[in-house]
Design a protein around this ligand. Sequence first.
Ligand code: R5P
Length: 284
Amino acid sequence: MRIVLGSGASHMAEEIKNKVEKFDKLLIESEVKTFPDGEKYVRVLGDGKEVLVVQSMFRPQNEHLVELLLLGDALREKGFKHLKAVVPYLAYSRQDRVTKEGEPISVRAIMKAISLYYDELYVFDLHNPKTLEYFPGKALNVSPAKAIVNYFKDKLGEGLVLAPDRGALERAKTVANILGLEFSYFEKKRISPTEIQMRPVEVDVEEKNVLIVDDIISTGGTMIKAANILKGMGASKVFVVATHGVFAEGAIERVSKAVDELAVTNSIPTPVSKISLVEDILSL
Ligand code: R5P
């Protein structure tokens, strides 16, 4: 199997290059440029039949999407027959329903566009896994739980794992089960994009280390509120982790101040992207 890296994977390139052989894959060189008018240029320099294209869709999201499509077209042109897209962070995944008449289901539009060239789609911790149904080919929501556990396993002791809301419970449960720890969740109500209400959890956190697991950190409001409640309940150390660090301006600093450690995966490159998804990606 060949691998092509788009510019949305350049922050993982070094690690992928070092590990690619171990996973029995061969990296194909690609060239990505931006023309003076802002349009993209791509070129793939290799041949084969089956290929995995790694392209995360963080900012500039639209450019990363166009690049993924151009790479798909280039690979088909070169005669590749089976294309797999690995998109660790899929942009637009949060717009998964029409809330006001006239809106699109953005995640559906993005998946349909990708399916024009790609037979398979792999996404990490998709906001709403049900939306994978919009991709006409094989589509999989990959869990980052193993990578998260490897990073935190020696820091938690006899602690527990919490989800910041009921919707995030499955994720926290998966992490807790691998670690053999207790798990629970907060009752969270969103009042506005920047205001949330959270009730204390009904488990004993006193003098325990707690890991809060979520899919996305944006403003950091959810994690800060949860951490403050836990500290107030006598928790020892509060660690927070999310798959995608979408971080609004100043969020890293605000969350870091409120908790003992903040970590996210490298689905998006940030100063706290301490957890690598590379081995999971190379296993696909
Ligand atoms: C909500 O559905 C998501 O799972 C996250 O909890 C949310 O995006 C976090 O946002 P913020 O960091 O702004 O509280």
